[in-house]
Design a protein around this ligand. Structure first.
Ligand code: B3K
Ligand code: ZN
Length: 866
């Protein structure tokens, strides 16, 4: 093969279908990598390849190779002639191959020129990898698919001064000097793995060490690698890791399987974190925290993500996915596991409400919009566009429903069975569901429909009280609206946790019924379900306790009934949900200019504030205003300006109604580690009170922005940012000065600034041109452009707002298409906007479409524009 760089054709918009899955023709038993790390990194690979049983002996070998400068290709030590190679856009075929052979390649890659942050790239002075989903083929030619599992041996060498640290998966089996200032390290991973779990890191980082003893008595070394100076910020993450390790042993009997568990914090990272075997790479925002620099919400996010990546070691790594359509097999299941963990360590009630709040704000809109797709999609062009709230969070809800139906014990047995039967292989969603079915003896096949059908089911409930017969009749019926490409929907199995309250608010037992699968649980399997309850008085049903299924309940409860649920019910989710319904009705009334309907809501909130639950975090959740993303979903079409005005009026009315208790909460300064609940309520109080145009509360908020505790300080700054108060400018400038050298805190400042009420399009341009803005850093990008589009509704929803956002995406698309596509969602909602916003936004999206270079962004825009 010629030594000069090879011109590869550009990527095409090929649609990949789930139904096209075929097992690979060749398998790789082992790979040895020799990586000479430098600005121009040389990658030599030696693959032991074997034709699979049953494959056509004439079958060529397909190797994925993306943007690689391939310098040599040999089979069994002989250069392969050009005649035997067929190049395509994202790889090449090699023809006329023996049954077993050794394939060697050599190529050159340039980490510092890699702005896509996939493959091997520079994050500040350090080099690191991101291989899921297809980054490995940007490092070396390979069969880059998750059902090819190989043993990896990796030799890394680099200049010792520049890269004193050389890490890869598994165990370090050798290290030493190479002369000329170079050193090397050899890493071996004893577990065969798909290449998306490969990782390597080269850099000059500090290490924080700890250890963990498994219940079998094995000592595991825990190592966190962070930038020098950040050693003091890993305590929380380290603690969370140890708790997660213990929890997985106690809950599922799963103990860690290598001697070392490493976590590297990277400043430039496209997502939250990555579960590479034994060597997690994390967005530094999800590792580094102290009460002075991070909010309580960040602490909880770190707990969840540290646990999530750790739990992947079994659900994802030991048993991986056959193909990327099965992504939810590892993601939905692992989110469910991290949710259960967070419920155990942080409190189940508050966690469950947060989970639902997030699902409704992110996943429901997705399921009702142009990019709606099943949890197991049927087709994709760019798989990175399918790491969505649907695959993750709705996927987790499906696993939760399975768990609900079979119970904790059978679920545990089923999961263990799934992991042992499929250990070391690539599995499918059916494999998982079958294992649960076998362990429980319950036929779970109907649940597979949840994986295949997009859209959020609507569950409507009607009631009839027959006094004469002494019978309360409840009728549930389900219906899922059409989604793109799926016009007709089937009924789905819906576990329905239900309570019936009598006039005194006391629960009444559910009657015997064929659909009853537990004391308070029904399983609805058809379009409708009717339940007759003998009773001498009308009963108030409280459906979907604990949010037992990811559906939208449509009911005809009157305001008084919602109030009863909000005040009397014991299920925290149901209380919160009743308040959400009241909030939505109040907002709808304000949209119609009808302020009178606010009374029941305000009255209910006052009753809760006067007699709050013990858990202050729960109180804060009950009293909080609804998330705008969810509220938005309540309307077929939205006038965004009116929407914002109505929400502002609503919040102001709540602030006035709750002024008394809010003022007490706002005065407090809870700074103890254990006082997160109090802080939540204090921040909520500030958030409401600053809306009342009183100098005293704004001065108090400004004072709190100086708090040493970040939850209080940032909470106060965020509150002020929603006002036109002159206190904001002063507080913001001083916050900036205090934190300008701390990138993660500065991200928060950028986010608050971009979402601030007064930040118009010109001001946003100012932030994009700020000396600390960085187009290459995803965290900074999300903080500015992402917050503007998602939070600053008043200014994003203008002609200039849409145009500017599209310009940002266009530029970002040229350097980091994955991020551009992920951030594009706010521009795809025009079908739900009223004129003229709909036309403005469609126009901005259509113009962007003509300039888009990547498949990633094109696939997103096409979904909305077609
Ligand atoms: N598996 C990774 C996500 C990879 C995203 C690739 N675009 C993190 C996680 O879900 O744990
Ligand atoms: Zn995951």
């Amino acid at each position: 093969m010629a030594d000069e760089a090879r011109q590869v054709p550009t990527a095409t918009d090929t649609r990949i279908l789930r139904s096209d899955y075929r097992p690979p023709d060749y398998d790789i038993d082992a790979i040895e990598l020799d990586v000479r790390i430098d600005t121009e990194t040389e990658v030599r690979a030696r693959l032991q390849v074997r034709r699979c049983e049953g494959a056509d002996p004439e079958a060529p070998l397909w190797l994925d190779a993306r943007e690689l400068d391939l310098r040599a290709l040999e089979v069994d030590g002989e250069a392969v002639s050009e005649a035997r190679i067929r190049h395509e856009a994202e790889g090449f075929y090699v023809e006329q191959l023996p049954e077993r052979f050794e394939l060697t390649t050599r190529c050159i890659i340039k980490p510092e020129a890699n702005t896509a942050l996939e493959g091997f790239y520079a994050s500040g002075p350090m080099y690191c990898t991101q291989c899921e989903a297809h980054g490995f083929s940007r490092i070396t030619p390979y069969i880059d698919r998750p059902d090819v599992l190989a043993r990896f041996r990796v030799r890394l060498s680099a200049e010792r001064v520049r890269f004193p640290l050389l890490l890869a998966n598994g165990d370090c089996v050798e290290r030493g000097e190479e002369g000329e200032g170079l050193h090397f390290a050899v890493w071996e991973d004893p577990f065969a793995k798909p290449c998306y779990l490969f990782a390597m890191v080269a850099g000059d980082l500090a290490v924080v060490r700890d250890s963990y003893r498994t219940s079998e008595g094995r000592d595991i070394a825990l190592e966190f690698y962070v930038d020098h100076g950040n050693e003091g910020l890993v305590d929380h993450a380290m603690g969370a890791l140890k708790r997660a390790m213990r929890w997985d042993e106690e809950t599922f009997g799963l103990a860690y399987d290598l001697d070392t568990y490493m976590v590297v914090a990277a400043r430039a990272f496209n997502m939250g974190a990555m579960e590479n075997k034994g060597l997690n790479i994390f967005n530094s925002a999800l590792v580094l925290a102290s009460p002075e620099t991070a909010t309580d919400a960040t602490f909880d996010a770190i707990t969840a993500v540290i646990a999530h990546e750790y739990f992947h070691n079994y659900t994802g790594n030991r048993v991986t996915c056959r193909d990327w359509f099965q992504l939810s097999l590892k993601e939905g299941l692992t989110v469910f596991r991290d949710q259960r963990f967070s419920e155990d360590v942080l409190g189940a009630e508050v966690q469950r409400i947060d989970q639902v709040r997030m699902l409704r704000a992110m996943q429901f809109p997705e399921d009702a919009g142009p990019t709606a797709h099943p949890v197991r999609p049927e087709a994709y062009k760019e798989v990175n566009n399918f790491y969505t709230a649907t695959v993750y969070e709705k996927g987790a809800e499906i696993v939760r429903m399975l768990h609900t139906c079979i119970g904790e014990e059978a679920f545990r047995e089923g999961l263990r069975r799934y992991l042992s039967v499929h250990d070391g292989t690539a599995a499918t969603i059916e494999d998982f569901v079958n294992a649960l079915a076998e362990a429980s003896g319950v036929d779970l096949t109907p649940f597979l429909a949840w994986y295949g059908q997009a859209g959020t089911p609507r569950l409507s409930l009607t009631r009839e009280w027959d006094a004469e017969a002494g019978c309360m009749r409840l009728r549930f019926s389900q219906h899922t609206p059409a989604t793109p490409g799926q016009a007709n929907k089937k009924p789905l199995p819906i576990p329905l946790r239900l309570r019936l309250l009598d006039g005194a608010g006391e629960p009444v037992a559910l009657p015997e019924h064929p659909a009853r699968i537990g004391e308070d649980m029904l399983l609805m399997e058809a379009d409708t379900l009717t339940l007759d309850v003998p009773s001498d008085q009308p009963l108030l049903p409280v459906p979907l306790l604990g949010f037992s299924a990811p559906v939208i309940v449509e009911s005809d409860f009157n305001a008084l009934e919602l109030q009863r649920i909000a005040v009397q019910e014991r299920d925290a989710f149901a209380r919160w949900d009743a308040l959400q319904q009241m909030q939505a009705r109040a907002h709808a009334a304000l949209m119609r200019d009808d302020g009178t309907v606010l009374e029941p809501l305000l009255n209910t909130l006052q009753r809760i504030a006067a007699n709050p639950p013990e858990d202050e975090a729960l109180t804060a959740q009950l009293l909080a205003a609804p998330r705008s993303a969810w509220l938005w979903e309540q309307y077929p079409r939205v006038d965004p300006q009116r929407f914002v005005e109505a929400l502002e009026q609503q919040k102001l009315a709540i602030a006035r109604a709750l002024c008394g208790p809010l003022s007490v909460w706002a005065q407090r300064q809870p700074v103890g580690d254990e006082q997160a609940g109090e802080r939540a309520l204090t921040v909520l109080a500030l958030d409401y009170l600053v809306l009342i145009d009183a100098d005293s509360t704004r001065a108090l908020a400004r004072q709190r922005t100086e708090a040493t505790n970040m939850t209080l300080s940032l909470g106060a700054l965020t509150a002020l940012s929603q006002t036109h108060s002159s206190d904001l400018a002063v507080a913001s400038a001083s916050f900036y000065e205090r934190w300008r050298s701390q990138p993660l805190v500065l991200d928060r400042w950028f986010a608050v600034s971009a979402a601030a009420r007064h930040t118009d399009v010109e001001a946003l341009r100012g932030l994009l041109a700020h000396e600390d803005f960085d187009w290459q850093n995803p965290n900074r990008m999300r903080a500015v452009a992402g917050s503007f589009a998602r939070e600053n509704l008043a200014h994003f929803h203008t002609e200039a707002g849409y145009t500017l956002f599209a310009e940002v995406l266009e530029r970002l698309d040229g350097s980091n298409p994955q991020l551009a596509a992920r951030m594009s969602r706010p521009l795809l909602g025009f079908a739900r906007l009223e004129a003229p916003w709909a036309d403005w936004q469609r126009e901005a999206a259509a113009t962007l479409r003509t300039k888009t270079r990547s498949v990633h962004l094109r696939e997103m825009l096409d979904a909305a524009l077609d």
